[in-house]
Structures are given as structure tokens and as C-alpha cells.
Design a protein around this ligand. Structure first.
Ligand SMILES: Nc1ncnc2c1ncn2[C@@H]1O[C@H](COP(=O)(O)OP(=O)(O)O)[C@@H](O)[C@H]1O
Ligand SMILES: [Mg+2]
Length: 201
């Protein structure tokens, strides 16, 4: 039995046999060849990053299977989206988020879409949705990642976002290598425009 649980701009998420199937569906407004390449690229990218995360014991879903084209089957993480559970304990949760983003960055992984819809609160916080992730050692890329986290908090949690971001950055600083350079770069990034990648495009 296959049950649709979420549909975003580029993928449909199904619950099937207790596992999550992420299907990147065809975008008819894209040129066919480009669409095919992009979906394959993001599917393989997400699988590759998730495998790397497993190797370093980072809380993210395990890859079960992929066709390396449009389907990715991953472990289901039980819990609530951080988006729906941030109202209570937000300083503790946001500190954990900051610490975990630092671990990603220490391993040269940029998430690319750090929002509270891409985090699940289970026994600990799990990160999901690595389709826009990439490897980088640039302070600029880490700074943009943090900036997107801030924008996401600002738009989805507008009453508490400042406190949330402060806690996240405080914990990030403690855990991250090269945090001085990254946070300095963040100041420059803030002075420029918006950065959110458009998944649908
Ligand atoms: N491994 C998982 N375990 C449980 N729920 C998941 C999992 N992966 C995705 N989801 C659910 O599906 C939603 C969309 O998945 P996501 O990977 O973020 O795709 P999208 O690109 O559409 O944002 C998530 O916000 C979450 O509610
Ligand atoms: Mg998502």
C-alpha cells in the first residue's frame, strides 16, 4: 500500500511498507532532457549525502534503495516536524539545530534548504531533504546556509525567531570550526538580497 504523505514543489512523498518513497516527478514546463537530468542529479545527490551522513553517524534517514533517476526510498523517521513543535522548548531545540548545522559544516556539507520543515523531532533532531545539498569548504556557502536558516525562522516562527536564531548561532559557534570566518561572512551575506533556491524551477 502506497499512501501520499506530502507533495512539495518537486517531489511526492509516499509512505510504503513503513518506508518513505521520494519521487521527483516530471515538470512538464521544463525542457524534457533538462528535467530528466535535474531530477536524476538531485536524486543521486540526496542519496550520496545521506550515505555520507550515515558514515559519520549524523541523524538523517538511511538510504534503502534508489533507481538513481527519480525514486529514492529512505528510512521513515518517526516524530513531529520541528516546524510544528517549536513553540515549546524552542531555545533547547534551536541550540540543537545550531550544533547539528555545525557538524554538517565541519564535514563540508552544506544543507541548502535549512527550514524547520526539513527537520524532524524524534529522540533527537533528524535532518531531511538533502536534494539541494552539496560539499563545500567555502565560508560563503556556510554563511548562506545560516542565512537561509534565519530566513526560514523569520517567516515560519515570526514571534520567536530572534531568540531561536540567537540560540542556534550560540551553539553553532561552540561546535563549528572556522566559525569566526563564517559568521563574519554571514554579516556580508545579510547585507545582500535573498538566497532561497527555488526548488520548483
Ligand atoms: N524520512 C522521512 N521520514 C518521515 N517523514 C519524511 C521523511 N522524508 C520526508 N518526510 C516528510 O515529507 C515532507 C517532504 O519531504 P522533503 O524531503 O522535505 O521534500 P520536499 O522537497 O517536497 O520539501 C517532509 O516535510 C516530511 O513531512
Ligand atoms: Mg522539504
Amino acid at each position: 500500500m502506497k499512501k501520499l504523505i506530502a507533495q512539495g514543489a518537486e517531489a511526492k512523498l509516499f509512505l510504503e511498507d513503513g518506508k518513505i518513497l521520494k519521487n521527483r516527478f516530471r515538470k512538464t514546463y521544463r525542457i524534457r532532457e533538462i528535467d530528466y537530468k535535474l531530477r536524476g542529479f538531485r536524486t543521486r545527490r540526496e542519496a550520496k549525502i545521506l550515505q555520507k551522513l550515515k558514515a559519520i553517524n549524523f541523524p538523517a534517514p538511511k538510504v534503502i534503495k534508489t533507481d538513481e533517476k527519480e525514486n529514492l526510498i529512505i528510512e521513515k523517521i518517526n516524530g513531529k516536524l520541528v516546524k510544528d513543535s517549536l513553540d515549546k522548548n524552542y531555545s533547547k531545540i534551536c541550540s540543537e539545530i545550531g550544533r547539528k548545522v555545525a557538524i554538517l559544516h565541519n564535514n563540508t556539507i552544506i544543507h541548502g534548504d535549512l527550514t524547520t520543515s526539513n527537520m524532524i523531532l524524534s529522540k533527537e533532531i533528524y535532518f531531511i531533504d538533502f536534494g539541494l545539498s552539496f560539499f563545500s569548504e567555502k565560508a560563503e556557502d556556510r554563511a548562506v546556509d545560516l542565512h537561509l536558516l534565519k530566513e526560514g525562522l523569520e517567516s515560519k516562527h515570526y514571534k520567536i525567531w530572534e531568540e531561536c536564531f540567537k540560540c542556534a548561532i550560540g551553539a553553532y559557534k561552540k561546535e563549528a570550526r572556522r566559525s569566526h570566518e563564517t559568521l563574519k561572512r554571514l554579516e556580508a551575506v545579510e547585507k545582500r538580497g535573498r538566497y532561497r533556491a527555488k526548488k520548483g524551477s
